[in-house]
Design a protein around this ligand. Structure first.
Ligand code: DX5
Ligand code: ZN
Length: 244
């Protein structure tokens, strides 16, 4: 190869890399909070075999949020024989107390709320030190500036699109602008992190969040009401239509 040919080959390689970096993979994360716990295993298998890559697992302590859901024994039990990504959303006070235990019971990624800990940076580092993906969640009224100084360390940010604590609530429209602003920031900073949205996402609202830049879509009642496989397939079809 002469110099010009080498330069051209190098440019094509760089463009390929840039293209790969821009690739958008939209992931569906069904929230098992809305599943029928009497047949939880079957519920999970129905949505993962239909194409959902993440399983969104909502842990609530009755303190950070009003309700109580489930904890480690349930997670260890559903982990057996399953290899989908366990996306554990901790809605608990001082989540740093339990990071080791959630790692031990099979979490692949842990999300802590910025509002639930005085030591957000330390909590993020602890999650990563355990080899898991680290995410921070923000309640609807918490500004994006709460992520300053940790954003570069994160694998994902979770924008709550309802107030956490219950499934089946209505999407808060003001969150669209928040998602959009975060996507803009992430693109400007060229960060690889994912933006997850959680709460009130269904056939009517999914376009809005995808268009604003979310790429991990949590859906509880949107998946676990009616035909699970059909719901997953329909949502994935919409999601696959959104590229960068
Ligand atoms: C709410 C939970 C959500 C909930 C979403 O606090 O974090 O994950 O399961 O449920 P839907 O999709 O029904 O709003
Ligand atoms: Zn959640």
């Amino acid at each position: 190869m002469n110099t010009t040919e080498k330069e051209t080959a190098g440019r094509i390689e760089n463009e390929k890399e840039a293209g790969a970096a821009r690739q958008r993979e939209n992931i569906l994360a069904p929230s098992i909070l809305a599943a029928d716990f009497n047949q939880l295993g079957e519920e999970i298998d129905a949505v993962t075999s239909a194409g959902a890559k993440y399983l969104h697992i909502d842990v609530m302590d009755g303190m950070f949020v009003p309700s109580i859901s489930f904890g480690m024994p349930v997670i260890s039990s559903i982990r057996k024989g399953r290899d989908c990504f366990f996306d554990v959303h901790l809605m608990i006070e001082r989540p740093e107390r339990y990071i080791d235990e959630f790692a031990a019971c099979g979490a692949d990624g842990i999300t802590v709320h910025a509002e639930a800990t005085r030591h957000l940076h330390r909590a993020v580092q602890t999650i990563k030190a355990k080899g898991m993906k680290a995410a921070v969640a923000l309640n609807p009224s918490t500004p994006l500036s709460a992520l300053d100084y940790v954003l570069e360390d994160l694998d994902m940010v979770l924008i709550m699109t309802v107030n956490p604590g219950f499934g089946g609530q209505k999407y808060i429209p003001q969150m669209t602008e928040k998602i959009r602003a975060l996507r803009k920031k992430v693109q400007e900073m060229e960060l690889p992190l994912k933006i997850e949205v959680d709460g009130g996402i269904n056939d009517a609202t999914i376009h809005t969040v995808l268009e604003a830049g979310a790429d991990v879509i949590v859906a509880g009642s949107g998946v676990f009401k009616g035909d699970r496989a059909e719901n997953v397939a329909r949502l994935l079809t919409v999601m696959n239509g959104y590229t960068w």
